[in-house]
Design a protein around this ligand. Structure first.
Ligand code: HEC
Ligand code: HEC
Length: 370
């Protein structure tokens, strides 16, 4: 036993020696930079606004340094194969992190088939990301656009090299994640940082929130009140059904629904199968994630393929009850049956406009840092 202990001591001594012997600095070590990350505090909206608590993975807590690194990566065209596009090319702050196009355009000019989604309150979306729910976490999601041929069309191997040789990023990776050497910079840490930044993108300061918080002097107009009552079926207003799917403080039930956009006589007739295309269950064909309606006035065009240019077109769709298919939600024909008048449609739009939060779209913390 004693002998063993001695051998152990000898070994630790040798190792300690190895560490202390001044090795010539290879230019890649980062240990001279202090690693003392500061926890990032998210605003407490759970109680104030009734948002659910944001799930944060235990292996990726938010830190000031991690969020800032993520913001830089998000805005940096270094992420794309030809250094022309970044995440922000398709997720613009002024448009609540959408791109204003019906479907997104990648670096080589090809069009994707779906509309860029808003990233507001993305940290609360915990029932799958994307229109079809095909990814579970922001960390996993952030890996995808870089290599997508019709998005950033780069390779992670190449990008990791660029980040390791960059004059600024290695210091930031050290400060955010405590890595000892530039060689440890990799896609997993990059995606963790981007996910941290995305979790800070919280919008909860719209007119509707001020009214909920009983802020002095803020009131709905008559049209907004009427729209609110139709939307949530309050009082004697006819039930426009909106609040069943666009429910809660985020105006989404987090579920996948078919709101009647396409007619399909058979389950296999949809142009885009949505959730069913991902989980291979034909009974989910034509279903897409119910989007939050926060900042909806800023995120035209609308729907997963950006087919409607205005909220008026959206309302005309709902008032018609949409197109028949087996997976169409039964609420749709019920909306048709109440025969929303032109005035009621305008009132619903007036209410939706109270969900616009310009403090979110102008918040300096979310801006391009370069
Ligand atoms: C070429 C345009 C484009 C670029 C570049 C791009 N995105 Fe997107 N993003 C989209 C589109 C389109 C969707 C919806 C795709 C779908 O559902 O199939 C999307 C969806 C998302 C979602 C899911 C949102 C939700 O509500 O579920 C996240 C998160 C996201 N993008 C983050 C990023 C990040 C991070 C980057 C950079 C690494 C990035 N995007 C780069 C177009 C783009
Ligand atoms: C059955 C559930 C359901 C009902 C009821 C419903 N919606 Fe939707 N809504 C959805 C889904 C799902 C989408 C996305 C569909 C897609 O793109 O394939 C959507 C999309 C939208 C969009 C576009 C969002 C965007 O980001 O592009 C608006 C605006 C909207 N709904 C408003 C309303 C209004 C107003 C009502 C009431 C008249 C209503 N919805 C009723 C489920 C519903």
């Amino acid at each position: 036993m004693k002998k063993l202990y001695f051998v152990f001591l000898l070994f630790s001594f040798l190792f300690a020696c190895g560490d202390d012997t001044p090795t010539p600095y290879d230019g890649n070590r980062l240990t001279h930079i202090t690693y003392a990350p500061i926890p990032y505090k998210l605003p407490n909206l759970d109680t104030a606004l009734g948002f659910l608590a944001m799930p944060i993975p235990v292996d990726n807590p938010l830190t000031v340094e991690g969020v800032e690194l993520g913001r830089r990566l998000f805005y940096d065209p270094i992420l794309s194969g030809d250094s022309t596009q970044s995440c922000a090319s398709c997720h613009k702050q002024a448009l609540a992190f959408t791109d204003g196009n019906s479907v997104s355009k990648g670096i080589a000019g090809q069009f994707g088939r779906r509309s860029a989604m808003s990233l507001e309150n993305i940290g609360f979306m915990n029932k799958g990301l994307f229109w079809d729910g095909r990814t579970n976490t922001l960390e996993a999601q952030a890996l995808l656009p870089v290599e997508d041929p019709i998005e950033l069309h780069h390779t992670w191997g190449n990008l990791e090299q660029k980040l390791r040789q960059h004059p600024d990023y290695p210091t930031r990776f050290r400060k955010a994640f405590g890595i000892l050497n530039k060689s440890e910079i990799n896609k997993l840490l990059a995606s963790k940082a981007m996910a941290q930044f995305e979790r800070t993108l919280i919008s909860g300061n719209a007119k509707v929130d001020k009214i909920r918080a009983k802020e002095a002097g803020v009131q709905f107009t008559n049209d907004e009140t009427a729209g609110f009552e139709l939307f949530f079926n309050v009082g004697f207003a006819p039930d426009a059904q909106c609040g069943h799917c666009h429910s809660g403080s985020l105006y989404t039930n987090h579920l996948y629904e078919n709101n009647g956009l396409d007619s399909a006589l058979a389950l296999t007739d949809f142009r885009d199968n949505g959730l069913g295309g991902f989980n291979q269950n034909p009974n989910d064909n034509g279903k897409f994630r119910t989007p939050s309606l926060r900042n909806i006035a800023l995120t035209a065009p609308y729907m997963h393929d950006g087919r409607f240019n205005t909220l008026e077109e959206v309302m005309a769709h709902y008032a018609s009850g949409g197109h028949y298919s087996e997976t169409r939600n039964p609420f749709l024909p019920q909306i048709r049956d109440i025969r929303l008048s032109a005035k009621q449609q305008r009132q619903l739009i007036a209410f939706m406009k109270t969900l616009t939060d310009t403090t979110f779209t102008t918040n300096p913390a979310f801006k391009n840092p370069f």
